[in-house]
Design a protein around this ligand. Structure first.
Ligand SMILES: Nc1ncnc2c1ncn2[C@@H]1O[C@H](COP(=O)(O)OP(=O)(O)O)[C@@H](O)[C@H]1O
Ligand SMILES: [Mg+2]
Length: 144
């Protein structure tokens, strides 16, 4: 599916709609975000997390690689990963992602997922964001 967004708010609305869809399935999910610096990956995740009732301000975990948030009113967690600083996928081993991926209720959002392709589970949602101009973004959402 292709969406055109004309503001950060609109990108967050698209993200919130996806979050609601995923929550309805009562299953976990892996969401792989692709797009250059400033495309709006973190902005998307902020809208997604807010829709799940997460109150913390989501920032890019560029220095910590991964952050974990509790989803209120349930047992699941939201993980926010940023692979910007990843050299190759072996760097990701330390995070024990396989274990996290197998936690069936958790939702994992990955920025710069193109750098972690080798370790992504087969089933995941891809959000590819293209920077069109200052305020316009094209979002391509695909289900693998
Ligand atoms: N339509 C839009 N959707 C998302 N972000 C937008 C949009 N228009 C402008 N922006 C701006 O682009 C920047 C996106 O930054 P960020 O979400 O941190 O990107 P990334 O995480 O991909 O590097 C923010 O400053 C945001 O305000
Ligand atoms: Mg970011």
């Amino acid at each position: 599916m292709i969406f055109n967004s004309h503001s950060p708010k609109e990108t967050q609305k698209i993200a919130a709609d996806l979050a609601h869809k995923i929550i309805k399935t009562k299953k976990g999910a892996v969401v792989a975000l692709e797009g250059e610096l400033g495309a709006g990956k973190t902005t998307f995740i902020q809208g997604f997390a807010k829709a799940l009732g997460i109150k913390s301000k989501i920032k890019s975990p560029t220095f910590v690689l991964m952050k974990k948030y509790k989803v209120p009113g349930g047992t699941s967690n939201l993980y926010h990963l940023d692979c910007y600083r990843i050299g190759d996928h072996k760097d990701l081993k330390i995070l024990e992602l396989k274990e996290i991926f197998s936690e069936s209720h958790d939702i994992i959002l990955i920025e710069w997922a193109e750098r972690a392709k080798e370790i992504l589970p087969k089933k995941h949602v891809t959000i590819h964001i293209d920077h069109i101009d200052k305020k316009t973004r094209k979002l391509l959402i695909t289900n693998d």
